[in-house]
Design a protein around this ligand. Structure first.
Ligand SMILES: Nc1ncnc2c1ncn2[C@@H]1O[C@H](COP(=O)(O)OP(=O)(O)O)[C@@H](O)[C@H]1O
Ligand SMILES: [Mg+2]
Length: 206
């Protein structure tokens, strides 16, 4: 089993950082919350609704959103087409629904580029921009800064902090980098979960 005995309750504005070695179940836990994997047992509750059997799109429309460790994007589409698609799926009418997240992630200038031309860091940034379309109440981010340079890391931290200030979402972040964790730790409702072999550990912050 990829995750076992994990129990967390998060209120509005809470920030949960998940750390642990490779293969410890961090991505698996995000998959369970976002609906990419259905659990064998256990419950996931959102606003008093049991959502653990809901498919991904239903969770997304109800405000549970995620970015991926390895973003899955259509290389032939432009950045703006990709963002517009997310809005169409979510039924967001206004163009600003994708323009604001894109600007927030520092990608306004590459809106007409095709996704296939983006750097690794820009792919991570557009994946984050997609995840914050529609102001979701739960934002799950899987190693957002892995493999990106200092400037992109600053953009990612700034985007997450902006969202937190703007609408107090729950943010669940899997991240190894201390600088990123330190920036989030400063927020009042910060909680840390260490995982090893799919179960919580007492391990302190890296
Ligand atoms: N659906 C699944 N069922 C059972 N085991 C899985 C499933 N998905 C991943 N795993 C296994 O769970 C472990 C944790 O993987 P993962 O969540 O990707 O770790 P991390 O993100 O912490 O590196 C790995 O050994 C992986 O092979
Ligand atoms: Mg992972």
């Amino acid at each position: 089993m990829a995750c076992n005995d994990v129990s967390v309750t998060l209120g509005r504005g809470a920030v949960l950082a998940i750390t642990g070695p490779n293969g410890s179940g961090k991505t698996s836990l995000l998959n369970l919350i976002a609906g990419d994997t259905l659990p064998d047992t256990g419950t996931i509750v959102l606003d008093q609704m049991r959502i653990e059997r809901w498919p991904v799109h239903r969770r997304r429309r109800n405000g549970v959103s995620r970015s991926y460790q390895r973003p899955v994007l259509f290389d032939e589409w432009t950045v703006s087409e990709t963002m517009q698609f997310a809005c169409d799926v979510l039924g967001c009418e206004s163009r600003s629904a994708w323009e604001v997240p894109l600007e927030l992630c520092g990608l306004g200038e590459v809106r007409d580029a095709s996704v296939g031309e983006l750097t690794h860091a820009e792919r991570k940034l557009i994946d984050l921009a997609l995840a914050i379309v529609g102001r979701p109440q739960v934002i799950l981010v899987d190693e957002p800064c892995a493999g990106v340079g200092e400037a992109a890391q600053q953009s990612i931290i700034a985007a997450l902090l902006f969202c937190h200030t703007a609408w107090q979402p729950i943010i669940v972040v899997v991240e190894h980098r201390r600088e990123v964790l330190r920036a989030l730790m400063a927020l009042p409702q910060y909680v840390h979960l260490g995982l090893r072999d799919g179960v919580p550990t007492e391990e302190v912050m890296p």
